[in-house]
Ligand binder design. Structure first.
Ligand code: TYM
Length: 454
């Protein structure tokens, strides 16, 4: 099965070098691998927690989307979308909120830091803290768990959030007795785990110490690099590369040979002014070709919108069936789907009838089978197999799969059942979204009935 890689960027500002080396660059590299399915998005619901400046958020959404694309993201290969175009995410946020322990959220770094600041200034501990900030980790967990991501490439500052997503996924699985969610792992590029900003602290919008990736063009890039804080050692005096933000930033862009040459030059007394020029030239050689593409995208917001709408469709094809399965498990089914009022598990077969498989050879001589519900409705048609044993093996797997482990993707008219990253069977076409959701609930019911029987 392909590895699902997922990451997002909050749309509160202009993308900076920290976002690029910590998230965008490794994510674009990962998306080019054949064994990876990548999901990248603009975290614009998270932006509302940090900013009430609508114009800024709007511009940032566009800038960040253009940055991903300029950095080489191929939207045909990855699922690229805006968080706020996926209504399943806030729905899942609520499901997770209901299993989240308040104690865990009390320990979240951003919330704790805000409380500590209040306490230091003698304010009420929660003064000025919104419930949005408090719930930040749960929204982030929903981003990740909705797509069953295995790996989440992030900078070191986000590790605690990924751990909380694991915790919430595990807790939900435990409470509801099934493996509903894959438990994600953070993917940290050790070399650039935290890129320092102008003042040596973590490069961050909140510290106002960022070096913008594209904004202001090469002139601004050079001017900002010239403002990196250094010590007062003069040209000719040996510098200490390991305690220099400038060197750390250089290393995040350069290969090993360039890095050791630069290290030696600093030790040999290279002046800070010249060192900044070397750093600027190194970064500019990577950024210049991307900047041209960035400007072309920024000049064509309609093209970005079309790409994101397509991305949202792809993302929802996965998130919608997932939410339907969760609603089902949580007792939020349509009243007409409830077959018993006595609290019996829904997997109880009606009048002893069970779902059944029917095998056949198609016109091309291939082996296929259909899955019918206990009521005789066709639920699935398998892909064609040249080897009857392969068709038999798939039937065997479906008998024990169960609804919770079934990955179903919505397609233009029907749905596909996916195993190990490959579609293995398809449903009949459905009239509309509501018919599709009903059919999905019946497929889940049949898979659970089969699994209960095994
Ligand atoms: P955000 O927008 O603060 O940052 C986006 C990504 O850039 C990384 N980053 C850095 N990496 C290295 N050095 C730095 N100085 C630096 N500054 C930022 C961040 O670690 C992050 O990977 N909550 C997230 C966005 C988010 C998300 C998600 C990420 C929402 N949902 C789900 C992954 C999965 C945030 O605010 O990142």
């Amino acid at each position: 099965m392909n590895t699902r890689v997922l990451t997002g960027i909050t749309t509160t500002g202009t993308p900076h070098l920290g976002n690029y080396v910590g998230a965008i660059r490794p994510a674009v590299e990962a998306s080019r691998r054949d064994d990876v399915d990548a999901f990248y998005f603009m975290a614009d619901y998270h932006a509302l927690i940090k900013s009430d400046d609508a114009a800024r958020i709007e511009r940032s959404r566009l800038e960040i989307a253009a940055t991903w694309l300029a950095a080489g993201l191929d939207p045909a290969r990855v699922t690229f979308y805006r968080q706020s175009d996926i209504p399943e995410i806030p729905e899942l946020t609520w499901f997770l909120t209901c299993v989240a322990s308040k104690g865990m959220l009390n320990r979240a770094h951003a919330y704790k830091a805000a409380v500590d600041r209040n306490t230091e200034t003698g304010e009420d501990a929660d003064a000025g803290i919104t419930a949005g900030l408090y719930m930040y980790p749960v929204l982030m967990a929903a981003d990740i768990l909705a797509f069953d991501a295995h790996k989440v490439p992030v900078g070191r500052d986000q590790i605690q959030h990924i751990e909380m997503a694991r915790d919430l996924g595990q807790r939900f699985n435990h409470i509801h007795g099934r493996e509903f969610f894959v438990l994600p792992e953070a993917l940290i590029e050790e070399q650039v785990a935290t890129l320092p900003g102008l003042d040596g602290r973590k490069m961050s919008k909140s510290y106002d110490n960022t070096i913008p990736l594209f904004a202001g063009g090469k002139k601004q890039l050079r001017e900002t690099i010239m403002r990196i804080v250094t010590d007062s050692r003069l040209p000719g005096e040996a510098k200490d590369p390991d305690n220099s933000a400038l060197f750390t930033i250089f290393r995040a862009f350069a290969c090993e040979t360039e890095t050791s040459a630069f290290r030696q030059a600093l030790i040999d007394g290279l002046g800070w002014g010249e060192a900044k020029q070397v750093l600027y030239e190194r970064i500019e050689s990577d950024v210049a070709p991307m900047r041209e593409r960035y400007e072309a995208f920024m000049a064509d917001p309609a093209a970005i919108e079309a790409i994101l709408q397509q991305g949202a469709q792809k993302a929802r094809a996965i998130a919608t069936p997932k939410i339907v399965a969760l609603r089902d498990a949580l007792g939020l089914r349509s009243a007409t789907a409830v077959t018993t009022t006595t609290g019996q598990p829904k997997a109880t077969p009606k009048q002893g009838k069970m779902p059944r498989f029917a095998s056949f050879r198609d016109a091309d001589g291939n082996f296929r089978f259909r899955l019918f519900s206990a009521d005789g409705e066709e639920l699935l048609l398998s892909m064609p197999f040249t080897d009857p044993k392969a068709a038999g093996a798939l039937q065997k797997r479906l008998k024990t799969l169960g609804a919770a482990a079934a990955v179903v993707q919505a397609q233009s008219s029907g749905m596909a059942l996916v195993l190990d990253g490959e579609p293995v069977a398809s449903t009949p076409e459905h009239r509309d979204e509501s018919a599709r959701n009903d059919a999905l609930a019946r497929l889940h019911e049949a898979l659970d009935q089969l699994a209960a029987q095994e």
